[in-house]
Write a protein that binds this ligand. Structure first.
Ligand SMILES: Cc1cc2nc3c(=O)[nH]c(=O)nc-3n(C[C@H](O)[C@H](O)[C@H](O)COP(=O)(O)O)c2cc1C
Length: 265
């Protein structure tokens, strides 16, 4: 399996120890696994300027497209990702948040449907869960098929000793992740994923080509594969979830008649 290790922390600290532990466990389970690393701080990604070109014209118009496309390609090429970031003030650190800002457009036009991830963070004492949940929610929103998580209180600044209980957790997580990733099984989307997906599908009708405020969203959702389907064609959706998704599609479609996001031309 090809794994991508993504470090959203500005350094290799307490969280990094857990990321490396999971990597070691994955290697023990499956020695032929390969790992590629992205240290986000090395990429020197400038702050998102908020130009909104990604939403309106396409992500290739982003002033930082070269860096972003490299990241997107690496995720695309991997079978599984270990995403580590630190927790500052109960949420992901600013470097990681800057990455999220650059990929916000994918909440409107999800992309990574075949991908799975483990999200890892540590805190001194409190806030790891909220930070991890924030990342998991974002990854699911941009298409990730399944996310595991590990949120640990390290009770330390830069001097974390991983206890036996956490070592066991890392081992179990690596086993579960390896089984899931190597099975290539696609999980059906949750209700929480189907709601925004189908709202965007319906609302996009207000932005299709030829409308006053046409955007890339309108183009993405009007493709024949996407416009008629409750979720991406790669993934099977049971009938009851299709009904659920279609309900939110109708709400999105109705609201597109009353709410339009404008922009300066
Ligand atoms: C700027 C900053 C903010 C922090 N915010 C929190 C926090 O909100 N809650 C907490 O329990 N610990 C907090 N800590 C402690 C770190 O989360 C903790 O040391 C963590 O294990 C660091 O992981 P890292 O070495 O991977 O960066 C903070 C530390 C720093 C430097």
């Amino acid at each position: 399996m090809r794994y991508l290790i993504f470090n959203g922390s500005p350094y290799k600290g307490n969280t990094w120890k857990l990321v490396k532990l999971i990597q070691k466990e994955l290697l023990e389970i499956s020695p032929e696994s390969t790992f590629e690393e992205i240290q986000l701080s090395d990429l020197e990604l400038p702050f998102c300027t908020g130009c909104s070109l990604c939403f309106r014209k396409g992500h290739e118009y982003c002033p930082h497209h070269k860096i972003m496309q490299k990241i997107i390609n690496k995720i695309d090429e991997s079978d599984g990702m270990i995403f580590g970031m630190t927790t500052f003030n109960m949420y992901p650190n600013a470097l990681t948040k800057n990455l999220i800002d650059h990929l916000c457009y994918m909440l409107h036009r999800p992309h990574f449907f075949k991908n799975k991830a483990i999200v890892v963070t540590t805190t001194g004492g409190v806030g790891a869960k909220s930070a991890v949940n924030y990342i998991v929610g974002w990854l699911k929103g941009i298409g990730f098929n399944y996310c595991y998580n590990l949120a640990i209180s390290s009770y330390s600044w830069n001097d974390y000793k991983v206890n036996i209980k956490t070592q066991k957790k890392c081992k179990k997580l690596a086993e579960q992740f390896h089984i899931d990733v190597s099975s290539k099984k696609m999980h059906s989307p949750t209700f929480a994923v189907l709601i925004p997906y189908n709202l965007f599908r319906g609302m996009s009708l207000g932005y299709i080509k030829g409308t006053e405020y046409e955007t890339q969203d309108g183009i993405y959702w009007s493709s024949s594969l996407r416009s008629k389907s409750t979720y991406d064609s790669l993934i099977k959706v049971p009938f009851y979830k299709k009904v659920f998704g279609e309900f939110f599609y109708i709400i999105g479609k109705l609201s597109s008649k009353f709410i339009i996001i404008t922009y300066k031309k």
